[in-house]
Design a binder for this molecule. Structure first.
Ligand code: NOJ
Length: 746
């Protein structure tokens, strides 16, 4: 094409864009696009980091690329945009995608940690800053939030999730996407979000990534889909299909999910991108015969853009010519993709000027990262109120463990653009916080969290003996969680449990800080330590956050977004289980150690439990201690009977009865006692983070509309069924004041 024609084409787009008439430019583009250019818009390629390959450049010039992912060098990204805007026939700018999962340069706590904050404002702010920082590199699309319900801590991707509960995950997922997208995608620093992985990916068999999922439709609709519906309703720009096979139909070829539910039932207006090569993988699944068949299945299912593999480019033109794919399907996909580019303002300004955005890693961003890490930590044990430690009365502290001073491992999974040189570790932060009078001895004891070499134990023991308190900073390295990083055992890896044993024998009090990407089975070590602070992977500001918590400059307020099993064999274990016909009770529970030898089987409880561990979890969903205590009193409902469509008004008097200020997460659960399909024993329906000074009391109120009690019934209809309900308000899924109410149908 001659350069005049190029300029002409770009000008046409520009003048159309200036008229702010969206249909005008998009319609005109749609009319002028060739089939190959349409396939191009539906294709995403990966960048090469330090340079633009001639092949990618040429593909962009030919209009065969709609989006590039994993390219974050601003000069290169701007050059990619220039190639698209100035050297392709139609001058359509690119979507630049990146996994901005829990931060860009400033790394916030892993999503599971952020979920432990139960704080929508925090989650939103972390995403907003991540978007601002990513935008400085020209990124305009992130593949987050990941809103797969995750009830299996063996699954490495639980780290990226917002936990086990449909309500908490929905609320926090919406907060996260709003943080990324802002109130206007066109604003500098707003980026498009992506609800992933649609759907059911978290239910991978045995927690093995990419494995099959079998989820009955009723369970899918009541548990796995609500966060996606919430994201669609909140206007998430894109969806990503899961790698997994759902009930025999892989998500990337699943028309029922992508079209019947997403487009038709939910009227979703954005577009769907496949996961990385998940279209060609339809053949690996044994679902498609070959790549052409895979393109056929994916396009007809409603996958609008193909990530990395090229079956659309290679085969859609033939499939269209053969009438196996309808041009309407293609036009729909391309229109949606162009619409997002329009909404992002890319036609007007495809290039990024980083000077118009705040500098990454600025002090405000770091402060938010610190606050988020503080809110994410969950205090699991605090015997004799050993925490907070008193900086004034200590003369020596032993800081022990492989994660105490490891700037990289505290960051967690998915940190492509985070650089550990900006990390502040626990050791550094504690040294800064304590006065020079306190002697601090640091012993790594193990090379990594996975080491089996115990030669460092001797020095660690000596250090503990000499100290007033031993702060052990243990856990899992980053690499042990995340995509494809699943574990069959979820204990502290390597010889960390032996390290705890060795230190425990010294008699020096032990404060254990655990950094990990998942719940760990820590039942056996609990009695050996005095306190446990579960910090997840807290990110860049792990050190200052943990130091403030350990020494009482901040009070822990995180609550578990996921159940901690006693033993891995209990998995899946989650608070919203069904009651079953033979629920386990204390009265019927028998441990195998207590079964008389050769006794008839009838002496057992005959209930839904294991013989070799108690039926309860180690720590339930919603659990978390504070440096103060909260009491709940006077739970009041404005009515004991309400009609369908009405709203129940609920309040409870919350008092901070301790002598420290603190924040409590007040949780509202219900149980629908009888349903046309069985209902969970508890369901979270609302929560509030409440800050109270020592001694202060406050009414905490909730409005509960009967719509919030709806669920999918036997006929897959979303309905609230009249009947009896229990309601709890408390600080955890297993405690709280209880009331009852009835919904009547007149
Ligand atoms: C594969 C992962 O499953 C997905 O979550 C991610 O967004 C893409 N790769 C792109 O990196």
């Amino acid at each position: 094409m001659s350069s005049n024609l190029l300029i002409d084409s770009a000008n046409k787009i520009k003048s159309c864009a200036e008229s702010s008439n969206q249909p005008c430019i998009l319609n005109s583009l749609m009319k002028r696009m060739t089939i190959e250019e349409k396939m191009g818009q539906m294709s995403q390629f990966f960048g090469h980091g330090e340079h633009i390959s001639e092949q990618l450049a040429e593909s962009i010039r030919q209009g065969r690329v709609g989006s590039v992912l994993n390219e974050v060098r601003l000069d290169i990204v701007n050059e990619l945009q220039r190639l698209a805007v100035e050297e392709s026939r139609l001058g359509i700018p690119l979507l630049i995608g990146r996994d901005v999962i829990h931060g860009f340069n400033t790394i916030f706590p892993i999503p599971l940690g952020q979920a432990a904050s139960w704080c929508t404002a925090t989650v939103k702010q972390c995403a907003h800053i991540s978007a601002l920082e990513a935008a400085t590199s020209g990124v305009n699309w992130t593949f987050a939030p990941m809103i797969d319900i995750s009830r299996d801590p063996r699954w490495g991707r639980i780290a990226e999730s917002l936990g086990e509960d449909p309500y908490l995950c929905s609320v926090l997922g919406v907060a996260m996407l709003q943080g990324f997208q802002g109130d206007d995608l066109q604003k500098n620093g707003s980026i498009a979000a992506c609800a992933k992985h649609f759907a059911g990916y978290g239910a991978a068999e045995s927690g093995r990534d990419y494995s099959t999922t079998n989820i009955p439709e009723n369970e899918l609709r009541n548990v796995y889909l609500p966060p996606f519906k919430a994201a669609a309703d909140a206007g998430v720009a894109t969806f990503m299909s899961a790698f997994s096979d759902l009930n025999g139909v892989p998500a990337s070829g699943n028309k029922w999910l992508m079209t019947d539910i997403l487009r038709e039932e939910w009227d979703y207006q954005g577009f769907v991108v496949s996961d990385w090569e998940s279209v060609v993988q339809l053949t690996t699944h044994g679902f498609s015969e070959d790549n052409k068949d895979a393109a056929y299945e994916a396009a007809n299912a409603g996958i609008d853009m193909e990530m990395v593999s090229t079956t659309y480019l290679d085969h859609l033109p033939d499939l269209l010519a053969e009438g196996r794919v309808n041009i309407k399907q293609v036009n729909y996909a391309v229109t949606k993709i162009l619409q997002l580019k329009w909404q992002l303002g890319l036609f007007d300004s495809p290039y990024t000027d980083a000077n118009l955005l705040p500098k990454p890693l600025n002090s405000e961003h770091l402060q938010v990262a610190k606050e988020a890490a503080i809110k994410s930590c969950v205090l699991l044990k605090n015997a004799n109120n050993i925490l907070p430690l008193s900086a004034e009365s200590l003369s020596s502290v032993a800081i022990i463990g492989p994660l105490a001073d490891d700037p990289y491992e505290q960051l967690g999974t998915w940190i492509f653009d985070g650089d550990s040189k900006h990390s502040q570790t626990c050791l550094t932060a504690i040294k800064q916080l304590l006065s020079a009078q306190v002697s601090i001895d640091h012993v790594k004891a193990m090379e990594t969290s996975r080491s089996h070499d115990q030669t460092g134990f001797k020095q660690a023991v000596e250090s503990a003996i000499a100290a007033d308190v031993a702060v052990l900073i243990l856990g899992e390295e980053s690499i042990l969680s995340g995509e494809a990083h699943c574990r069959a055992e979820i204990n502290l890896p390597g010889c960390q449990e032996q390290l705890i044993d060795a230190i425990a024998q010294t008699g020096t009090p032990i404060v254990l800080v655990i950094m990990a990407g998942r719940p760990l089975t820590i039942e056996a070590i609990l009695p050996k330590v005095d306190a446990v602070l579960f910090a997840w992977h807290p990110g860049t500001m792990a050190g200052p956050a943990i130091a403030d918590l350990l020494f009482g400059k901040a009070s822990p307020s995180g609550k578990l977004p996921v159940t901690f099993p006693r033993k891995v064999g209990q998995v899946p274990i989650y608070y919203g289980q069904k009651h079953s016909g033979k629920p386990a009770t204390e009265a019927t529970f028998v441990h195998m150690d207590d079964i008389p030898v050769r006794s008839p089987q009838t002496s057992l409880g005959m209930a839904a439990t294991h013989l070799d561990t108690h039926f309860s979890p180690l720590f339930p969903f919603g659990f978390g201690l504070s440096y103060t205590q909260f009491s709940y009193q006077d739970l009041e409902l404005n009515n004991k009977t309400i009609h369908l469509g009405e709203t129940l008004k609920i309040r409870v008097m919350l008092t901070n009865t301790g002598d420290a200020d603190g924040e409590e997460i007040v949780q509202l659960y219900i149980r629908d006692l009888v349903g046309s399909v069985t209902r969970p024993v508890k369901e979270l329906k609302d929560f509030k983070r409440v800050k109270l000074a020592a001694g202060q009391s406050e009414w905490v109120s909730f409005d509960l509309s009967t719509d919030k009690l709806a669920f999918y019934d036997r006929n897959m209809q979303l309905k609230t069924e009249p009947g009896q309900f229990h309601l709890w308000l408390g600080g955890c899924s297993q405690t709280g004041l209880r009331h009852e109410f009835e919904i009547i149908n007149e």
